[in-house]
Design a protein around this ligand. Structure first.
Ligand code: T5A
Length: 206
């Protein structure tokens, strides 16, 4: 089973992914966790280009989407698909929906072309279940502890508003896959809801 966590900056994706991993492992499941962009040597190098460079020297929007896609292709072939074949539950911090939210919603790139690129990158691998942690973008940005601000976080507030709106539009178009959660709820409450949904899904899958 392939499960992804999505949402704007500081939504709590990493926190919830870790709690779900701990719970599933304590129930005896084999779990692999990974993240984007990164998770492979090639992906880690691409992450540096994407997030470390500043706005002027960084990639242009079309290069940006291709770099995210390249990192994803590497992660799918080297990490995610092999783990799924071995019967692991794979939990991934961001995936295709991030590209649609940030590069289509945020950057304004054409949806049809970005969808083709992401499909090519993943070979059509779609998550079984996606948790979209949704919150006001100011609240999310304020939560971030890190003193260094990456290239995406430096974008205007309106960019992040468009990202959030695109995420919510995606969730409306795929209600069977994307579960929207209010990310301002307490961490343990969110974890309980997520665990319940995953256990139901595992039961349905037999
Ligand atoms: N990107 C990525 C694209 O543009 N296109 C793409 O295709 C892809 C894959 C990646 C960046 O790349 C962009 C999106 C991003 O801008 P990143 O460094 O990997 O950036 O970081 P993010 O994935 O954005 O993760 P964040 O650092 O934003 O945070 P998380 O993982 O959502 O949040 P988390 O769990 O670290 O929590 C943040 C803080 O909030 C607290 C936590 O304790 C922590 O302090 N917190 C809560 N506080 C109160 N209530 C709750 N319910 C809380 N949950 C967590």
């Amino acid at each position: 089973m392939f499960i992804t966590f999505e949402g704007p900056e500081g939504a709590g994706k990493t926190t919830q992914l870790g709690l779900l991993r701990d719970r599933l492992e304590s129930d005896g499941w084999n779990v692999l966790t990974t993240f984007e962009p990164g998770g492979t040597p090639v992906g880690d190098a691409i992450r540096q280009i994407l997030l470390a460079s500043d706005r002027d020297s960084g990639p242009v929007a079309r290069a940006e989407v291709l770099l995210f896609a390249a990192a994803r292709a590497q992660l799918v072939d080297q990490v995610i698909a092999p783990a799924l074949r071995r019967g692991y539950i794979v939990l991934c911090d961001r995936y295709n929906d991030s590209t649609l939210a940030y590069q289509v919603g945020g950057r304004g790139l054409p949806r049809d072309q970005v969808e083709k690129v992401t499909r090519f990158a993943t070979g059509g691998l779609v998550p079984d279940l996606t948790f979209l942690l949704d919150l006001d973008v100011r609240a999310g940005l304020a939560r971030k502890r890190s003193t260094t601000v990456d290239r995406m976080e430096r974008e205007e507030l309106s960019f992040h508003e468009h990202v959030r709106a695109e995420y919510l539009a995606l969730a409306r178009s795929e209600p069977g896959r994307i579960v929207v959660l209010d990310a301002t709820r307490p961490i343990d409450e969110l974890a309980a809801v997520i665990t319940r949904r995953v256990i139901e899904k595992l039961r349905d899958a037999g």
